[in-house]
Design a protein around this ligand. Sequence first.
Ligand SMILES: [Zn+2]
Length: 463
Amino acid sequence: MPKITFLGAAGTVTGSKYLLEAEGKRLLVDCGLFEGNRELRQRNWAPFPVDVASIDWILLTHAHIDHTGYLPRFERYGFRGPIFADAATRELCNLLLPDSAHLQEEDALYAARRKSSRHDPPLPLYTVAEAQAALTRFQEIPRAGEFRISPQFSVRTHDAGHILGSTWLELTVTEAGKNTVIVFSGDLGRYGEPILKDPEPPVRADYLLCESTYGDRDHPSENALEKLAEVVSRVARRGGAVVIPAFAVGRTQLIMYLLRQLEDQKRIPTLPVYVDSPMAISVTGIYMNHREDHDLDFAQLEKSGDPLNCHSVHMTRSVEDSKKINDVVSPCIIISASGMLTGGRILHHLAHRLPDSRSAVLLTGYQAEGTRGRSLQQGATTLRIYGQDVPVRAEIVQLTELSGHAGRSELLRWLSSLPAPPKRLFLTHGEPGALLAFRDAISQKFGWKAEIPAYKDSTYLAG
Ligand SMILES: [Zn+2]
């Protein structure tokens, strides 16, 4: 009978990897990097629990690094099979994987300078060359209809509404002539969000893996547009800067969309908006090109203008231009990555703007344990950046309404479309508190008994 092994996003939100086995064939769903605290990151370095060369295929739900960022490491371990993804996911990975490799190489160089590694010379987790090699293994799969991987596995992808190209998977496993349907939620987006279509409802599942990032809470019901308008106006009045650490894929585009709406409605002054992330700039282009993902309202706006661009937007690609933003003393908006403040250009903006009480930092997405973003969220009075303790005097505003993840009620809504309970329901992609709370919520609403698998757990999918 088919077997599943939880090789990531089990008891935590990163490192998504699920191994399916049937008739001696092995399919890995997602191949994500672990991010967050040291213990989690160590897993990226530990020997992989399964012989990588024995895996036949990889199938991706979407392009985020915590779902794809381990692919170049697989190259080193000898994976030589196809990597299946839809067209938008493939294009995004073309940007994200070499960028991730570049960061790994920079980390190794930094460790070499600081002599802070056990290895001499310190090695990167993987190289840009390995990321490029992994990209040659991508094969596009259609966004509609059935795609047969092998006699054992076939897949239908469905819109997940989380980022461009994001899907949840309805995977049919055939063993000894018997079909079993396993649904992988991937990361689920929110209902009624601008730009992307809503998550499609699941219609059948013998077994289901459901993400639980916000299994313990709903997003505030406040109007995100309203809140954004208030913050921008308030900061502009007192002469500060609004610093928005954003995830290059998804959040940046949503924020630009909202700012543009507010400008058009004259609810905020037209301020210079610095998009200080070459990645985000490129991703915005890919967002515009993949119309198959756009919802009707967005398609309508596209006809009349440029809905992902503000009126006074400055795209900075070079490091010199990025640093020049520090010289801007009049009110402005700075959008830069990374979203959890773990690295990237956002750090020099924070070092410069955090001590300024006129400015504000707008946290727009999930902040994992152990990240600077989580520290700010929890009211840290200083933040360690480039080896210095930077005082936090700027206003810290949370705009979790802009999260790319479904809140608890939205996850329950998605599950509620199943006509019959799955034989087993596995809760993944959540921190322990969120997983437990979500299990309780499911029990209360549906009377279903959900399971919370641990890292490296394996189980047969019987019956
Ligand atoms: Zn994601």
